[in-house]
Design a protein around this ligand. Structure first.
Ligand code: ADP
Ligand code: MG
Ligand code: MG
Length: 209
């Protein structure tokens, strides 16, 4: 099985919907350890992405993902705009010119996405950020790829690992981003960015299943 440009466009369309539905949830998570804008940031960014999808029906996967990246950088702001912007830009560069992605290509895409977050945010796993969902998701995707699982299974395992990563942020002490200003008081709360990272991957799994 493979991922086509239509799958990617469907993912982004559904993601705009999912982020709108989860706007209040992400806002509440960010209210506890940040400035209560993560839901609004993600909803605004992906509404802008959604508005551009109609112009992208003839674009290749790399071009689509690069457009998502530039759109997020210009509309989201805060920490998450440049982080997800860089992630989608790097994913677009890694898939430049492709109309179809194999399982191995999808692992390359996810690797570039996570590398983008690392390059921009300089966080390590365990600092209570989106990386705590993304790194286990990438590790699971790589393992699924080397075990020869098909695309749907690979994406499901990756999404499930991200969800576990989200739960694992609760006891962590934040040492990056706004939540780090709270010090010990960040402990006991789920990270909003890790949660949106899981939603991005869950929606990808759902739209390619
Ligand atoms: P802001 O904190 O500027 O209001 P958002 O609320 O949109 O931006 O995003 C907050 C999320 O960004 C956090 O929950 C965290 O997951 C993520 N984040 C913050 N700093 C970093 C970083 N250096 N690396 C990775 N993720 C980060
Ligand atoms: Mg915030
Ligand atoms: Mg903010």
């Amino acid at each position: 099985m493979s991922m086509t440009t239509e799958d990617v466009l469907r993912w982004l369309q559904q993601l705009a919907q999912v982020l709108q539905e989860n706007r209040e949830y992400l806002t509440q998570l960010d209210a506890a350890i940040g400035d209560a804008d993560h839901g609004a940031n993600m909803d605004r960014g992906f509404k802008a992405v959604s508005a551009k999808l109609a112009t992208l029906t003839n674009a290749d996967i790399g071009a689509i993902l690069k457009t998502v990246g530039t759109t997020l950088v210009s509309t989201v702001g805060g920490a998450s705009g440049p982080l997800y912007g860089t992630a989608f830009l790097r994913a677009g560069i890694a898939t430049a010119g492709k109309q179809v992605l194999s399982e191995a290509d999808v692992v390359v895409l996810l690797t570039a996405f996570v590398e983008g977050v690392k390059a921009r945010g300089k966080a390590q796993v365990g600092e209570k950020t989106m990386l705590d969902a993304l790194q286990p998701a990438l590790d699971a995707a790589k393992k699924a790829g080397s075990d020869g699982l098909d695309l749907a299974q690979l994406l499901k395992q990756s999404s499930d690992a991200a969800q576990q990563g989200v739960q694992a942020t609760i006891p962590l002490l934040a040492t990056k981003g706004r939540a780090s200003y709270l010090g010990e008081r960040s402990i006991g709360h789920q990270d909003p960015g890790a949660t949106s990272s899981w939603l991005i991957l869950k929606t990808l799994a759902d739209s390619c299943g």
